[in-house]
Write a protein that binds this ligand. Structure first.
Ligand SMILES: [Zn+2]
Length: 122
């Protein structure tokens, strides 16, 4: 048994594995699978990504909330925020905005992937 790189996610998997345990990619599918199988796989992966990115954006939101709470506890939000609060707010906002932009892009991809799946199934 040897370790090979998954064709899809490049992680190391057993050469005997029919399916990648990391991303679910099946080399057998890609060789003999129908267009519908491939479209379904792509849609599934996009939805997994959407879930991960959504969780990430919630984490960024929690960071901003924690920063605001720290600011409020510190000075009742009357004084200027300290450097840590500023940093947490700025990075939380930056991460949140970029993840939202990525989510928007993903939703377009998911829309076109489900359209491709419907077309492949017909
Ligand atoms: Zn993989």
């Amino acid at each position: 048994m040897a370790l090979i790189a998954c064709q899809q996610c490049r992680k190391r998997i057993s050469s005997l594995a029919e399916q990648c345990p990391h991303c679910g990619f099946s080399s057998r599918l890609s060789q003999s699978g129908s267009a519908a199988d491939l479209a379904a796989l792509r849609l599934k992966q996009l939805k997994q990504w959407r879930y991960r990115i959504r969780m990430g954006s919630y984490t960024a939101m929690a960071l901003m909330l924690a920063a605001v709470i720290a600011w409020w506890l510190d000075s009742g939000m009357l004084g200027l925020p300290g450097p840590f609060v500023k940093l947490a707010l700025a990075s939380g906002l930056l991460v949140y905005m970029s993840l939202r932009a990525y989510l928007f892009w993903l939703s377009i991809q998911i829309k076109s992937a489900s359209k491709a799946l419907r077309e492949a199934e017909n």
